[in-house]
Write a protein that binds this ligand. Sequence first.
Ligand code: GLN
Length: 316
Amino acid sequence: LIIPDFNSFCKEIMSIYELTNKNKGGNVATYIPQLGRVDPEKYAISICTVSGQQFSIGDSTEDFCIQSICKPVNYCMVLEEHGEDVVHQHVGREPSGIGFNGLVLNENNLPHNPMINAGAIMTCSLIRPELEMADRFEYVLNFWNKITGHQNAMGFNNSVYLSEKETADRNFALGYYMKEKGAFPEHTNLLNTLEFYFQCCSIQTDTNAMAVAAATLANSGICPLTNERAMENNTVKNCLSLMNSCGMYDFSGEFAFTIGLPAKSGVAGGLMLVIPNLMGIAIWSPKLDKSGNSVKGIEFSKELVKRYNFHSYDSL
Ligand code: GLN
């Protein structure tokens, strides 16, 4: 077992949970109307270590939409399918320096990275484009099932999907902009690609399952619950590198500095945190700060690295 005294570690996590639960700051995202209707006080933390030790506290069995947390996973999927060279003919790997839905491409007329909307729309275009839409979606769900240890925990929130689609002018603009610049692979169907992106954002699960997905990344692609390899080491290495530099919106540099761990947040208040070779952590709390990150999620992460040497460079 990777953490010998798992009980005292869990007690410490509980104490951080109680402490950070007092933070009442932030606001629920409202730009997708259905997201504005969730209970803002929800708070959950789940942990899964690379040896399969699990712990959860709070609303950890309640579903929330993964939103942008689909981005690193879709990126892994296309790396597995096409390899790094092909994928990066269509998307860069540099932070954009502006918001996640910024209407901007890099100097090669490509999206800056796969962790922002433009890049995530691009990676969606690369996921099994030869298949029917239904099969492509099933392929994504199957991948999630693999990395969450086949707990049948992945669902789909149709109201969020419909709401998202109705309010997606910016994503349509990004799609058309990239189409105009010839950024997509040949034969890409733009409207299908956008649909597919909205659907991926509307996948839902709980922190319990998401922590297992994070642990699969921490464990270089092998799910600690099933010992099944879901992806290659190199895929995970690439994904964690970009989560580290681009995963936390406009706070990515700050997060890399203060927390020093690869992470990805979503506007529904989810946060996936990876401690390589040790554990995955999932946090969910819907109230967001001005960068769009979960307030409690950030607080929790800060408190965690205060109490443990988890920052990548703490070992120096
Ligand atoms: N579905 C959201 C959007 O495209 C995802 C963004 C996010 O979580 N930051 O706007």
